[in-house]
Design a protein around this ligand. Structure first.
Ligand code: GDG
Length: 508
């Protein structure tokens, strides 16, 4: 066991990519992102490490340090692990279930077995590298069993868990055939973080409902102090796990790293506008190509606005960046073909030679290029049917500190709780979507001062609530945690007399 790693981040993916050079040479290259930026200072301070899958099946480099000096510790997964754990249970079962059944989740026993096995693999790695008494911060829905397994393997650890996607209502969650195991896994943590108070409420209500099944027991929710002065109402509660430990559940809305936002030069913006035919209005969508993001609805709204004459095809251009995602999963293939059919049809109807109305890229673009798109766009379209938070909305706002631009934002994206000065819409209602787009366009043209005030207010919210606040709030909350057992008035530990560990998951 390493003596150094007193802070360990565990996530499905390591922040690295395998890059193949033209001469065939392969190299692991660090892939910086918001999470890495937020956690790197903490990891450096504690000489911590990051445990995760490097993104390629059946291959894992030796542990190595990234640019920030963080030790990256790869977990090797086989192709079968990847299919059952990642594509199957994580993304064809949990993802649609937690996003309110936008498509139907598939319940498959083999995938569940793979999910459990991979969580055990991660747990073995973490148990191996974490220092005595270390703090371990587990990230996201792929690793919900990990807190419980780790609690058994290493009772000395302080364990935090953060879910990056929504936590669904109890009625939806209870569909899951393995619901007790997942709850027990999560309750192995000392602190469970979710983006929004409503997700916290969902989790608390769920544990109340299924306590009879899990043997866990919910105590009286009480105040849990969360630092920061968020627009999102502060909420936190303690519940009592089956082994009598107090488990904190609280809302920590994630954000972006403003210090890494690069304001493009004016010439870059001018060049892009010229390249796309110098339209009066540039609209933008930036998403992983995921059915939760409402890309098709956005295109349909755009098409109807062109059709009705509310938007003039000679004056408006929509840029849609759709990053390839989970392409082997059927529902993602369907989503892609629907989006591409709509793009083709809209251009067929409204484009002229050399002047498409929709510019569509199905590829990942460099971050610097993305900044130019954000800075150029007059109207940003974020129309998710359901989204834990949505960082794209915050990234757009970050680049419009001068008050320019307008954000059309789904009320079903977590970000809408903080960014309520955006032009909010209901993406399930095409009329609402069209109205919000129209209002944004009209405001820019006819009431620019009010549009600027709104954008400045949005910018202030993002500026004062960045990802460092998110990370430090969670860390402070963890640090204040003792996780001590709570005793009932009768002197028994809540959850029955078995005294079993909350996160018990059998290894066979
Ligand atoms: C999950 C939750 C939650 C996109 N295309 C390119 C690119 N991106 C970057 C964006 C942004 C990120 O990817 C996407 O983040 P989102 O938050 O919008 O969405 P998810 O990927 O679904 O993230 C979500 C998040 O976790 C964090 O907790 O907000 O609700 O679903 O940063 O900029 N980046 C580059 N090229 C692209 O083509 N470089």
């Amino acid at each position: 066991m390493s003596g150094d790693n007193s802070f360990v981040v565990v996530a499905n993916r390591l922040p690295v990519d395998l890059v193949t050079h033209p001469d065939g040479r392969e190299e692991w290259s660090p892939s910086p992102g918001g999470l890495v930026a937020a956690l790197s200072p903490v990891l450096e301070e504690h000489q911590g490490c990051w445990v995760g899958w490097p993104g390629v099946s059946d291959a894992a480099p030796e542990p190595f340090r990234n640019e920030a000096g963080v030790l990256l510790h790869p977990v090797k997964l086989t192709e079968a692990d990847f299919e059952g754990f990642y594509e199957g249970f994580s993304n064809a079962t949990l993802w649609p279930l937690y996003h309110d059944l936008i498509v139907e989740p598939v319940y498959n026993n083999d995938w569940w077995d793979a999910y459990r096995e991979v969580n055990l693999k991660f747990a073995d790695e973490v148990a191996e590298v974490a220092a005595e008494g270390a703090t371990v911060w587990v990230q996201d829905y792929q690793l919900q069993l990990l807190p419980g397994i780790l609690r058994q393997l290493r009772p000395d650890l302080k364990i935090g868990f953060f879910l990056h996607i929504p936590f669904p209502s109890p009625d939806l969650f209870r569909q899951l055939p393995w619901r007790e195991e997942i709850i027990r896994g999560l309750l192995g943590a000392d602190l469970i973080g979710l983006h929004l108070p409503s997700y916290v409420e969902n989790f608390l209500n769920l544990t109340r409902q299924v306590s009879g099944h899990t043997g866990s027991h919910t105590g009286q929710p009480d105040e849990l102090q969360v630092s920061g002065e968020p627009k999102v109402r502060e909420i936190g509660a303690h519940i009592t796990a089956a082994d009598g430990r107090r488990v904190g559940v609280a809302a920590f809305p994630i954000s972006i790293d403003l210090s890494s936002v690069r304001q493009p030069a004016v010439e870059e913006i001018t060049q892009l506008r010229e390249k796309i035919g110098s339209p009066h209005t540039v609209m933008l969508g930036v998403d992983r190509l995921d059915y939760t993001k409402g890309i098709l609805q956005r295109l349909l709204a755009f098409e109807e606005l062109l059709e009705s004459g509310a938007l003039d095809p000679a004056e408006v251009v929509l840029l849609q960046i759709a990053t390839p995602s989970r392409e082997r999963i059927e529902q993602y293939r369907v989503a892609r073909s629907q989006v591409e059919e709509a793009v083709g049809r809209i251009n067929g109807r409204f484009a002229t030679i050399g002047r498409p109305v929709v510019h569509y890229l199905h590829k990942s673009v460099p971050k610097s290029e993305l900044s130019v798109y954000y800075a150029t766009a007059d109207v940003m379209l974020v129309t998710a049917f359901k989204d834990g938070m949505n960082l794209v909305a915050k990234e757009y706002v970050a680049l419009h500190g001068d008050g320019s631009g307008a954000l059309v934002l789904s009320e079903f994206a977590g970000a809408s709780q903080e960014l309520d000065e955006a032009y909010l819409c209901n993406p399930f209602d095409l009329e609402s979507l069209k109205r919000a787009i129209n209002t944004a366009v009209q405001a820019l043209a006819q009431n620019p001062e009010s549009a600027q005030d709104r954008m400045r207010e949005l910018h202030e919210q993002v500026r004062t609530h960045d990802v460092h606040l998110w990370a430090s709030s969670f860390e402070d909350c963890m640090a204040g945690f003792s996780g001590e057992a709570v005793h009932t008035p009768s002197g028994d530990t809540p959850g029955g007399s078995s005294g079993r560990v909350a996160g018990k998951v059998s290894r066979d």
